[in-house]
Design a protein around this ligand. Structure first.
Ligand code: CMX
Length: 135
């Protein structure tokens, strides 16, 4: 598996509206898009920082992954996403090395990237996302 860079860091928040001013007015970043990802039951806000992005995640359904996460653990770091060139090959490689896959096949995520998650119980506690930008 070859990771090229940290594509983004996902942060679970209760409210995008309440959180965005902190990232803009205190940290000086600029929110460049807000997008709902219906199949993930989230609304996302993105900020660029160098080659990486910050993705704020607000749940749209208490039974969705971010809704459950906030209920159990509160707001904060939710996942790390690595950019890769060959996501299918990476998934095969990870599976072959005993990593539990949440997504057996890549699917479309925010910003039209091909994405897949690795289960935090087999990545030492960090929910891990692989992303491939097919352009
Ligand atoms: N990071 C680390 N651990 C996490 C976690 C996270 N983000 N979310 C859940 N866990 C832990 C739980 O605390 C639990 O641990 P314990 O058993 O020790 O209490 C364990 O993982 C299993 O949790 P669970 O409650 O049994 O399972 P969930 O139904 O909460 O599902 C997960 C957890 C990771 C499988 C689910 O959240 C998932 O499929 N995530 C991938 C998709 C996703 O997160 N989408 C939102 C972002 C979309 C985007 O970026 O666009």
């Amino acid at each position: 598996m070859e990771l090229t860079h940290i594509e983004h860091i996902g942060i679970a928040v209760k409210s995008l509206e309440e959180t965005i001013p902190y990232y803009e007015k205190v940290l000086g970043l600029k929110c460049y898009t807000i997008e709902e990802v219906k199949n993930q039951k989230v609304k996302t806000a993105f900020f660029r920082i160098g080659q990486t992005k910050i993705e704020l995640l607000e749940s749209t359904d208490p039974e969705g992954p971010v809704g459950k996460f906030i209920e159990k653990r509160g707001e904060g770091l939710h996942h790390i996403a690595f950019a890769v060139h060959d996501i299918k090959g990476c998934l095969k490689d990870a599976k072959g090395k005993g990593v539990r896959l949440i997504d057996q096949e890549p699917r479309k995520g925010a910003e039209r990237l091909d994405i897949a998650f690795l289960h935090p119980k087999s990545t030492f506690g960090t929910l891990t996302e692989l992303c491939e930008d097919k352009g």
